[in-house]
Design a binder for this molecule. Structure first.
Ligand code: PMV
Length: 309
């Protein structure tokens, strides 16, 4: 017996950090996948997989769904860079939850169930994640996400795609793995909010406005409006103190041909993870080479979790 599921990476287009404080975020899934395969037989288990197994079994017991425990081995194949804001951990959680559910019961479960369990797994790994990563990975496409309460997360899958005229201009630039963890960056913004509540709340509200502008830009297929939102979003993230001077200096050549923003938690001392770049003037490759960073073209995914045969 063999079960296998894959789940895509994600990119936060707008709203990181503000999303922790109840503001919306716009997330897109990305055509890079992580695949979990579970096979019958003996094998070494990974610590992270024990968490998935525990969460899945708890759910099955609680809901009185019959399941059969048997020895297994696991294979993980991933195209997603680790620890740089592209949601490798969430796609691992989503693909592994779906695989365990099927391995133990022989059945497929809804994406809603998989997503809820993946969120529980993510909480084990990251403390208090907003839930955007696992939602984008599980459902795929464009997700407008807002956490109203811990028990009410509004996950709206938008029924349109990133239009080609915008997608064609997008690159993802790898500045490297930040020194700080996502949790540390979230705590840093938390401290800023404590010290300067009024100013910081104003930034969050402005981020919300920008996130909505980005949705409108996508609907209207308006590249320039999209780029304006990206630029403003970056300025606000810089005000939150999550974009290091180191990265800004290195990314300077990109301004010759377009605009950029960090995507994800960012970094304070060194690298900031991945950066979303809008190459407005078409000199992309030339200016990207100047940064010395590796990069690739943004490719939209709208499939989310998939069973692999
Ligand atoms: O580092 P990433 O890509 O997982 O993004 C974190 C996004 C934050 O808004 C900073 C935190 C969160 O849990 O939403």
């Amino acid at each position: 017996m063999k079960v296998s599921f894959s789940a895509p990476a994600k990119v936060i287009l707008s709203g990181e950090h503000a999303v922790v404080y109840g503001k919306p975020a716009l997330v897109s899934s990305l055509d890079l996948r992580l695949k979990t395969t579970i096979l019958k037989g003996e094998g070494e288990s990974l610590e992270n997989l024990n968490v998935v197994e525990k969460v899945v079994e708890e759910y099955l017991r609680k809901n009185k769904i019959p399941f059969k425990k048997q020895s297994y081995r696991v294979k993980i194949d991933s195209q997603i860079p680790i620890g740089r804001g592209l949601g490798s951990s969430a796609s691992f959680s989503v693909a592994s939850v779906a695989s365990f559910l099927k391995f133990l019961t022989g059945k497929n479960f809804s994406k809603e169930v998989v997503n809820n369990l993946a969120y529980r797994v993510e909480k084990h790994f990251h403390g208090r994640p907003s839930g955007i990563d696992n939602s984008a990975s599980c459902f795929g496409g464009l997700i407008f996400y807002r956490r109203e309460f811990e028990f009410l997360k509004v996950i709206s899958r938008l029924n349109f795609k990133i239009p080609k005229n915008i997608e064609n201009k997008l690159y993802l630039v790898d500045t490297g793995k930040p020194v700080e963890s996502t949790r540390e960056m979230v705590e840093k913004v938390g401290r800023l909010l404590n010290e300067k509540p009024k100013e910081t709340r104003l930034i969050f509200s402005e981020v919300e406005r920008v996130t909505k502008q980005m949705v409108v830009a996508i609907v209207k297929e308006d590249l320039n409006f999209f780029a304006k939102a990206v630029k403003r979003n970056e300025e606000l993230l810089e005000e939150l103190g999550v974009v290091s001077k180191f990265a800004l200096k290195k990314l300077l050549p990109l301004k010759e041909s377009g605009v950029f923003k960090i995507t994800g938690a960012g970094g304070e001392k060194g690298p900031v993870g991945f950066v979303l770049y809008v190459d407005l003037k078409g000199k992309g490759k030339e200016v990207l080479e100047k940064t010395g960073f590796s990069y690739f073209k943004f490719k939209f995914d709208d499939k989310g979790l998939l069973e692999e045969k």
